[in-house]
Design a protein around this ligand. Structure first.
Ligand code: FMN
Length: 337
């Protein structure tokens, strides 16, 4: 069984941290359906250090289900990152994951996210300082480099391993690429070859259980991390373990459960209904009548009306044999708010 720091995980499948998605309600569902680890979305180290009330809300987790609880933080300042990690540890975090891949301007301009790929000693210092301050296992999530002319993932991995990083997730696109082009799985294989002792978490463009197996077989990575393919389809984790895809009845029940958990989590019914619309679009994706459902539900603000609409649509929903009409719109920047 795969090992990450002191934790033996039941399988190698990890939900990718996704801003505006990997909140407690969705993480709990993914864990229950088989994901071995579900790191939080990126949380600001500055916000944690200053005990900003809005930031602290991101720390909420379900101690019954989320084991181990991995908290992803971002920032460019080693001191602030260490202090933030201590706040996270006090809130229950068992693993601290450092975001070294976020391409968003307002994050990289402070030397955080993928900005850290341009300052390898500082990236390594952050790992060291967090380990010293918390004693927790520290994992990192990187891209392959800043741009095509600076593919420094081997150098970054070497420095992070030396600093005591317990596991390295790699999304093999450059910062410059954003989400365009294809993830280069050759980079994952290269990392595993150079760092056989370091647990490598491969990520990028895994869409099906077969893709996950292929990634493991062709790259030798220890874990497979899945992001966009799990949007609206947390059953993917069950399928990865040999289980069946969702039945219409299960889908309906889970969407309602997710909606209620999201309402509870947000505490503000209107904000919750609005922020849940993207989730509903993802759950409806590929089902017959999805566009009409989206148009209807996007006009509703009352939680009870949304529940009724969800019940009506998902009880009857059939897979659209013509295939989904359009690509899912997943906007990283919009998700970051
Ligand atoms: C909506 C969205 C939000 C994301 N937020 C984060 C984040 O908070 N932290 C992070 O490390 N990566 C974030 N990512 C990147 C994903 O973790 C992952 O690396 C990327 O989506 C590639 O994997 P995939 O092809 O399986 O989606 C985000 C991606 C998406 C689509």
């Amino acid at each position: 069984m795969p090992q990450l720091g002191p934790y033996t995980l039941p399988n190698p499948y990890i939900l990718a941290p996704m801003a505006g998605v990997s909140e407690m309600p969705f993480r709990v569902l993914a864990f229950r359906l088989g994901a071995a680890l579900c790191p939080t979305e990126l949380v600001s180290s500055q916000g944690l250090m200053r005990a900003n009330q809005r930031t602290l809300k991101y720390l909420r987790y379900d101690a019954q289900v989320e084991r181990p609880y991995s908290l992803q933080i971002y920032g460019g300042e080693p001191e602030a990152m260490a202090k933030a990690a201590v706040v996270g540890k006090e809130a229950g975090a068992q693993i601290i994951d450092i975001n070294m891949g976020c391409p968003v301007k307002k994050v990289v301009k402070n030397g955080a996210g993928s900005g850290l790929l341009c300052d390898v000693p500082r990236a390594a210092d952050i790992v060291r300082r967090i380990r010293e301050a918390t004693g927790l296992s520290v994992t990192c999530k990187i891209r392959s480099g800043w741009d095509a002319r600076s593919l420094n993932y081997l150098q970054v991995a070497g420095a992070l391993q030396e600093a005591g990083c317990a596991g390295l997730a790699i999304h093999p696109r450059t910062r410059e690429q954003g989400y365009s082009g294809q993830a280069d799985w050759g980079v994952i294989a290269d990392l595993k070859r150079h760092f056989p002792e370091l647990p490598i978490i491969g990520n990028g463009d895994v869409k099906t259980p077969a893709d996950a197996v292929r990634m493991q077989e062709t790259t030798g990575c220890d874990f497979v991390m899945i992001g966009r393919a799990a949007l609206g389809n947390p059953w993917l984790f069950r399928e990865l373990l040999g289980g069946p895809p969702a039945t219409p009845r299960e889908r309906c029940a889970l969407v309602l459960e997710h909606l209620r958990a999201h309402l509870d989590f947000m505490g503000d019914p209107l904000g919750a209904v609005r922020s849940f619309r993207k989730q509903l679009a993802w759950y409806a994706h590929g089902l017959h009548g999805a566009a009409a459902f989206r148009a209807e539900v996007n006009g509703l603000d009352a939680p009870s009306a949304v529940e009724d609409c969800v019940r009506r649509f998902f009880t009857a929903a059939q897979v659209d044999l013509a295939g989904p009409g359009e690509e899912q719109d997943v906007d990283y920047r919009a998700a970051l708010g």
